[in-house]
Design a protein around this ligand. Structure first.
Ligand SMILES: Nc1nc2c(c(=O)[nH]1)N[C@H]1C(S)=C(S)[C@@H](COP(=O)(O)O)O[C@H]1N2
Ligand SMILES: [Mo]
Length: 345
């Protein structure tokens, strides 16, 4: 439908699809035509596009894409996007989560993103003393909210001023595709995918975090017995340490590990006896502080049944939780349990 290949489609209206493990395993940069898509509404129709910057600013802006591209220097950042619902299927296996897509390990991917620094746009608009959060609003209308609402979210102003946060018009060296947010999207490295708002046409400097449905009700971690309601549970922001297996054979296991936040991957351990003994995997290509690490470990397994388990470690010395049972939550977010895989040889 959008010329995507190697994807598992979870819905067509709106279109949602994840990358197949084999396509993720091809390299640390995910091909654009295999990159996952997470939409909460229809891709908005192309129209006369402007970016407004308003709210707690001394100088509100109303920019064309040409002005943005010509007036500001262009930067490229390699960053992993990860949906908070990535690996939800593992939680659904514990207890059903009706109405939420059963994402496997492929609601994540890594691309190079090119655009202007949000910091440079903010410097032009001059945030006032009141500004603490930066809100982003997309042009898409989501029927998930009643009444329908545009998709939006916010990040703290401190993060918004960091050099890695981009207003991107290109992905993997090509013009951004409509399904990934053309003509302009935010890319917030280290934060859940939901903050990287696509089809961005409004930035609002605010005193408080975004009050829209997708931050006040959705994308929050509820207690096991919680119900979605405005302000219930905790808002998700920084991505938690996570890893998954992308391929496993009698001679080799491969996968990804993503630290999230401002952390980086320090080690990945692999067990082939269900977690009794561990060996270190080899960390592959380092794409910089905002990208995952792919890893591999050679195996030499005798005939029989084997259970592979993986645990990644990050620069805060945290490792992944043992299993999904302790992580189940009503919306099915942040499944970062140690991935497991059975092999019969
Ligand atoms: N405007 C808008 N931005 C959005 C969304 C959306 O539905 N509408 N989905 C968000 C979510 S939940 C994720 S995980 C990422 C996915 O980006 P991608 O589709 O380019 O992979 O976009 C985010 N930005
Ligand atoms: Mo997401």
């Amino acid at each position: 439908m959008f010329g995507k290949r190697d994807v598992i489609v979870h819905g067509t209206d709106p279109y949602n699809a994840e990358t197949e493990p084999a396509a993720l395993a091809e390299g640390a940069i995910t091909a654009t035509d295999a990159f996952y898509v997470r939409n909460h509404g229809a891709v908005p129709e192309a129209s006369e596009w402007r970016l407004r910057v308003e709210g707690a600013v001394e100088r509100p802006l109303d920019l064309s894409l040409e002005t943005l591209r010509e007036a500001l220097p262009e930067y490229t950042v390699t960053a992993t996007l990860q949906c908070a619902g990535n690996r939800r299927a593992g939680l659904i296996a514990i207890r059903d989560i009706p109405g939420e897509a059963p994402w496997g390990p492929g609601a994540t991917g890594t691309a190079t993103w090119t655009g202007a620094r949000l910091a440079d746009v903010l410097a032009l608009a001059r945030p006032s003393g009141e500004a603490v959060h930066v809100g982003f609003e997309g042009a898409d209308l989501s029927p998930e909210a009643k009444p329908p609402q545009r998709f939006g979210g916010s990040i703290p102003l401190d993060k918004a001023r960091r050099p890695e946060v981009l207003l991107a018009w290109a992905m993997n060296g090509e013009p951004l595709e409509p399904v990934h947010g053309a003509p302009l999207r935010v890319v917030v490295p280290g934060y859940i995918g939901a903050r990287s708002v696509k089809w961005l046409d409004r930035i609002e400097l605010r005193r408080t975090p975004w009050k829209g449905y997708f931050q006040e009700v959705v994308y929050r971690l509820l207690p096991e017995d919680g119900r979605p309601a405005p302000g219930a549970g905790m808002p998700l922001g920084l991505v938690a340490l996570n890893a998954d297996i992308l391929s496993a054979s009698p001679t080799e296991v491969r996968g990804y590990a993503f630290a999230g936040g401002e952390r980086f991957i320090t080690r990945v351990d692999v067990s082939s006896d269900g977690g009794t003994t561990w060996r270190q995997a080899e960390l592959l290509e380092d794409l910089g502080p905002w990208a995952w690490r792919h890893w591999r470990a050679p195996l030499d397994l005798p005939p029989g049944d084997h259970e592979l388990v993986v645990r990644a470690w990050d620069s805060s010395a945290a490792t992944q939780p043992e299993d999904e049972a302790s992580l189940w939550n009503p919306k099915g977010y942040v499944n970062n349990a140690r991935p497991r895989c059975s092999l019969r040889i």
